[in-house]
Every structure is written in C-alpha cells, then in structure tokens.
Design a protein around this ligand. Sequence first.
Ligand code: GLU
Length: 304
Amino acid sequence: MTPQEIMEMLHAEIKAEKNLGAVASYIPELGKVNPDYFGIYLTSIDGQRLSAGDWDVPFSIQSIAKVLSLSFAFNLKGDAIWERVGVEPSGSPFNSLVQLEFESGIPRNPFINAGAIVICDILCSELENPKEELLSFIRRVANNPNINYNPIIAASEASEGYRNFALINFIRSFGNIHNEVEEVIDLYFHLSSVMMTCKELSETFLFLANAGIQVDTGERILGVSMTKRINAVMQTCGFYDEAGEFAFRVGLPGKSGVGGGIAAILPNDYAIAVWSPRLNTKGNSYRGMKFLEQFTTLTELSIF
Ligand code: GLU
C-alpha cells in the first residue's frame, strides 16, 4: 500500500470507531467546535502531499504555536534564552504552578504555559510591535500571508485565563518576567489563538524537517543546530506529560495543542498535521494519537 492509501484506510477505520475523550471546554470558544472533525495532511520536502478528511478546515492550533514563538525568540536571542527557561520534561500538567516555586520561577521547558509565557516576555523585550512581528514571522515560516490570530478565541481565553494570570504574576515575582504583565499575557493569548488548517500547519512545520529552511522560498528560518535543538525539545516535551508515550507509540518529534491538533516531523522527510478535537485525559487528541501511531507503524516512517 502507498502512504496515501494507508492514510485513507486509517482515517476511515478510526472514524468508524467510537470517538472517545472530551473537547477542551475551559476556553469557552473551543468548546463550541464540532468534535467529529478529523483531518490529516502530510507535506514532504520532495513535494509529496497526502491528505484525508477535514484537512482544509481552519482550527485553533493553540499550544502548537509555542514552537513558532520559541523558534522566533531563539533566532533573536540565541542560547541566552536557556538562562530563562529549561529544556527538561516537566512531568506535570501544562498549566501547573508547583515546580515554579521550587525552581525559582525558571520554567522547566518552553512548551508548558509557564515557559511559553517567558518566551513571550523575551519577544516583548526584543520587538517593537511583538504581536505584529510575531504574526509576520509565522506567515514567513508558513509562506502564507493569510495566517491570522483569532481575536474571539484570544478574548475567550483571557476571559477565563485565571491560571495563566497566576503563572505570569508568580514568575514575575521571581524576576523572570521583565515587561508589563498585561502586554506579555496579551501576546501569549494571541499566540494561542492562531488559526490554521492541517494543510497550512504541515506546510508551516516543514522547515523543521528541512534543517531550518523554508522549502518553497528557500529562506533560512533557523540555523541547523538551532533546528536540531527545537526538534529535541519537541521530542522530549511536546506532548504535555505524555511525551514519553508519544515517543513510544509514534516516534516523531512534535507538538500538540488543546484544540486537538498535532504537528509532527520526520527530519529530512516530511511534516504531518492531524486534527481531531476530542482530547484524552492528558490533553492530546485521542484520534490524532491513534492515527499517528498506526500511520508511522504501517509506513515505517518514524525516527526510531
Ligand atoms: N492557550 C492555552 C492555555 O494556555 C494553551 C493550551 C494548550 O494548547 O496547551 O491554556
């Protein structure tokens, strides 16, 4: 079977099974999405494009965007960012406060909320118009001028963002937030609200499979060594406290979001995006995990 046939077969099989898990509802707007959407898109460096299901429906990529803000900050500041945020898996939920107390406000990694908020603070220090410049960076990486924030989701997130406000104030009390709390958290909520289709998401992530170079434009987005490091952090920290399970079952570096999206890459080969809004108890897409496990097993296209 070809990878396209395998993709279609798995999509149909998994769609026919019961869709378990729950849509994230702690952000009111996210709770409104149809839980049965299920899309997949794969883009390869050599120009292959495979797809199945609802691959052209835009969704809120949520924490997947943390890979893009990290890439931007890493590019601007280099290794200095690692003085402000670590690279170890946290082993605790994405929005947890507890480790910060013991570790003096230095978040474990850039993909838990605490770490992504510190990365947003770095962007606020480095940029004149952080929201606009971050969006331009994302559009450049995606080679797509139509990518946008969703202001309704950003506002919805702010309306219930008590834990993120607690996190940022707590980190600031340790001196690891340098800008006004309101400015930084507004950037963080907008980052989380970025909308993409599976197609756009896989195209956006392809530079990470291609040693940091945007495939269509040939533009270098990140150095080779920086790309290696981002991929390593995705491998170890990209799936909340289920990163070990994802490596074990799927075997690709990637990042998930509470909108039900997963983006993953196979270095020197492809980027894949899967979206299905129902989440397992760890906050990762139930169908997304299931699909990727079987897809990488049957195609033998994983890093292990
Ligand atoms: N915007 C979300 C939050 O901070 C991001 C969650 C996620 O996708 O992990 O709650």
